[in-house]
Write a protein that binds this ligand. Structure first.
Ligand code: S3P
Length: 445
């Protein structure tokens, strides 16, 4: 699937309340990692609840090209036969990761520990994203960047290390992709590989490595950080993976239920990993009515059903240190903030500039074109909420799924309809978004 092939404009408009019980697709981060770790393990990994979005399909294809067997055996059910740590074969053609930085960057880490040469590429959005942050530490571990476009952009030709070197690396930016790439390269290195992060980011790689039998030790570092130590050259053993519903996808119907009067929506089995729940913390501070019911453990993660109804919301100050736990949720939080009363200031959003698009600019533009006051001051986004949005704008999505979904959710409660120039990229992370929203009563055409 290549979403870029044809733009699909879409418009959302105000209608009655939203109601129903739905389950959003599987978590993107965990789906990606299950394929990559499955490909590095010995034996057969069975995955249930897999996200079958464009990003994950790109990674599945890449793992096949590197020598693993990857098969879909039913709805959301996949099997992966791995090649073992360091066992990737050199692919015949460039690996195309489409829109997915996660797939690309984690695969770079895994390839860095194998003596093969691989060309990494992606779509026009992925080609704008910085890769030096990943390749710098991988080069310290013995990999070589043979070719790369100016500015450290894809396509890049990477030669993995014959004898990978374990390192201790302090991440200069809070990024789970960077941390994961170093840890995956460290799998093939003798001795211990250590990553220090000053601000803790999502820990799915560490957790899944342990689940596959690797020895990983995690300890606190400073006020908000972690130190992760991996023992190299483990025999990774295939293990079953159950993928919980993606909190970053759940954020969209959740937001819609908060801002469309009279709604009542239940989101089933949403992952509650504390490194992913910054949006819920923020919404609680804003006064949102979100009830967590039936908390339970599924596949090693805490999950809950979320019951969401609308209520009066107030603007809040979102501290910078919360950003890693809600990094993908700022566009939708900004849309919600328009419907709150008062100013919401979201601090420390520098990393948003290097997402699928410049999400800081894109989010501000999304609001402004729909009559909401928004300002960027340094790395902060300020939204002046007036309990309403005029709507009437057509949002440029810049190949960014989350900008598209945030705009469409906003249109469900705006005075005038909200359009997006292209909804095709929604399928990279949330296939079935439009149908799911319609099943709740949303008017999307
Ligand atoms: C992800 C990490 C985050 C996030 C992305 C998924 C992951 O990116 O934005 O959607 O699965 O590791 P960064 O590592 O660049 O913060």
């Amino acid at each position: 699937m290549n979403p870029a092939a044809q733009a699909i404009p879409l418009t959302s408009r105000r209608k009655g309340p939203l109601a129903g019980r739905v389950r959003v697709p599987g978590d993107k981060s965990i789906s990606q990692r299950s394929l990559i770790l499955g490909a590095l393990a010995v034996g057969e990994t069975r995955i249930a609840g897999m996200l079958e979005g464009g990003d994950v399909i790109s990674t599945a294809n890449a793992m096949k090209a590197l020598g693993a067997t990857v098969e879909r055996v039913g709805e959301g059910a996949w099997r992966v036969l791995g090649v073992g740590v360091g066992g990737f074969a050199e692919p015949a053609a460039p690996l195309d990761f489409g829109n997915s930085a996660t797939g690309c960057r984690l695969a770079m880490g895994a390839v860095a520990g194998c003596p093969i040469t691989v060309t990494f590429d992606g779509d026009a959005s992925l080609r704008t994203r910085p890769m030096r942050r990943i390749l710098d530490p991988l080069e310290k571990m013995g990999a070589r960047t043979l070719e790369i476009r100016e500015g450290g952009r894809l396509p890049a030709v990477v030669q993995g290390a014959r004898d990978p070197i374990p390192i201790e690396y302090e991440a200069p930016v809070p990024s789970a992709q960077l941390k994961s790439a170093v840890l995956l390269a460290g799998l093939a290195a003798p001795g211990t590989t250590t990553v220090i992060e000053k601000e803790a980011t999502r820990d799915h790689t560490e957790k899944m490595l342990k689940h596959f039998g690797a020895s990983v030790r995690v300890s606190p570092y400073g006020d908000h950080g972690r130190r992760i130590v991996l023992d190299g050259q483990p025999e990774l053993e295939a293990a079953p993976v159950v993928v919980p519903a993606d909190p970053s996808s759940a954020a969209f119907p959740l937001a819609a239920a908060l801002i469309v009067p009279g709604s009542e929506v239940v989101l089933e089995g949403v992952m509650m990993n504390p490194l992913r729940t910054g949006l819920l913390t923020t919404l609680k501070e804003m006064g949102a009515a979100i009830e967590l019911v039936a908390k339970r453990n599924e596949g090693g993660e805490e999950v809950a059903d979320l019951r969401v109804t609308p209520g009066a919301l107030k603007g809040v100050d979102v501290p910078a240190e919360r950003a890693p736990t809600m990094i993908d949720e700022y566009p939708i939080l900004a849309a919600i903030a328009a419907f709150a009363e008062g100013e919401t200031r979201m601090r420390g959003l520098k990393e948003l500039r290097v997402k699928e698009s410049d999400r800081l600019e894109g989010t501000a533009a999304l609001l402004r074109v729909n009559g909401v006051e928004a300002e960027i001051v340094d790395d902060d986004l300020i939204v002046r909420g007036k309990g309403r949005a005029a709507g009437g704008g057509v949002v440029t999505t810049h190949m960014d799924h989350r900008i598209a979904m945030s705009a469409l959710v906003m249109g469900l409660a705006s005075e005038q309809p909200v359009g997006v120039d292209d909804s095709a990229f929604i399928a990279t992370s949330f296939p079935g978004f439009v149908e799911l929203m319609r099943s709740l009563g949303a008017d999307l055409t």
